[in-house]
Design a protein around this ligand. Structure first.
Ligand code: NAP
Length: 304
């Protein structure tokens, strides 16, 4: 039987519609809306397009959005002062610094300067520590892993006791999603294995996965024979493998491919995410959810 396709695009609309409704309710009751600032340094085209999408999404939800573009040669000191300004701004509940930053700026120093209570990306060590503790300690789960977990839940895939194999151990995807799925929680409780470039016999690990999460950044790394029949396959990889002319706009656009051979894998898997249109749309969605939650923590209508 052909696999169920888990469409991030559809799930995104459901979640955004819930957020939009809640923003209206909070505005009516407290006269406040979530405030998000997106700081972009330089003019990297990919970063600009990510930031534009975040700004548009925040505006469409009724957030206060402050897009702060800074020149490539901004000093580290000035960038840190800017973050301090937003840390102290009570109308801002989420601060996002678009990565990568220019080489003369210490990325770690900048991310660590963000108030952990406004760290809606969930990259601050305090929030990573809270994620590790799990349960009610979790305040801002990192957006891509949070999106992955949400997709698994909404696809009706049972994680309890499942064998989960995560390919990749990055701080933004592999490590946090592995940690989230091993928590003592009804939406987790999985047995998790994390594999990487030093793993012996990658295929044998993948073959026993009930849920296979692939975040390696290697197009087509996971071949169909590595997939257990009926498994849920979450392909996080977004790899630019060429260019084409868009039928919609007539402009040149990137051809994207995941880390999994989708067409072959869908014949074996029970459920699978496509690329594009799978995990990608979930990341910004969870950023919006974290920003709304930040305001709710501030108002005391949500606890962490
Ligand atoms: P990353 O920091 O480059 O980490 C890649 C991980 O995969 C590393 O742990 C690496 O192992 C492992 N790996 C690479 N090649 C491998 C191989 N041949 N066999 C086994 N393991 C291998 O990447 P990332 O930031 O996690 O991103 C991964 C992919 O997800 C990229 O395509 C990225 O564009 C995509 N992504 C998508 C979203 C989204 O919103 N959809 C968000 C974030 C990332 P080592 O540690 O041993 O080097």
């Amino acid at each position: 039987m052909a696999a169920k396709i888990i469409k991030g695009i559809d799930i995104r609309e459901e979640i955004l519609s819930d957020i939009r409704k809640e923003v209206q309710e909070i505005k009516a009751e407290y006269g406040l809306v979530p405030g998000l600032t997106t700081i972009l340094v330089g003019d990297n085209p990919a970063s600009l397009s990510y930031v534009t999408l975040k700004v548009e999404t925040a505006n469409s939800l009724g957030f206060k959005e402050v897009q702060d573009s800074q020149p490539t040669d901004i000093s580290e000191e000035d960038l840190l002062s800017l973050i301090a300004k937003y840390n102290n701004d009570p109308t801002i509940h989420g601060i996002l610094v678009q990565l990568p930053l220019p080489e003369h700026i210490d990325e770690k120093k900048v991310l660590y300067a963000i108030d952990p209570d406004k760290d809606v990306d969930g990259f601050h060590p305090i929030n990573i520590g809270r994620l590790m503790l799990g349960g009610s300690e979790v305040k801002f789960p990192p957006c891509t892993p949070a999106g992955i977990q949400e997709m698994i839940i909404r696809a009706g895939v049972n994680t309890d006791g499942a064998e989960v194999v995560v390919v990749g151990r990055s701080n933004i995807v592999g490590k946090p999603i592995a940690n989230m799925l091993l928590q003592k929680d009804p939406h987790a409780n999985a047995t998790v294995t994390v594999v990487h470039t030093h793993t012996k016999d990658l295929a044998s690990h993948c073959r026993r996965a009930d849920i296979l999460i692939v975040a390696a950044g290697v197009p087509g790394l996971v071949s169909p024979e590595w997939i257990k029949p009926g498994a849920c396959v979450i392909d996080v990889g977004v790899n630019r493998v060429g260019e084409k002319i868009s039928e919609k706009t007539g402009k040149k656009v990137a051809v994207l491919r995941g880390d999994v051979d989708f067409e072959e894998a869908r014949k074996i898997a029970g459920a699978i995410t496509p690329v594009p249109g799978g995990v990608g749309p979930m990341t910004i969605t969870m950023l919006m959810k974290n920003t709304l939650n930040s305001l709710k923590y501030r108002l005391g209508i949500m606890q962490a």
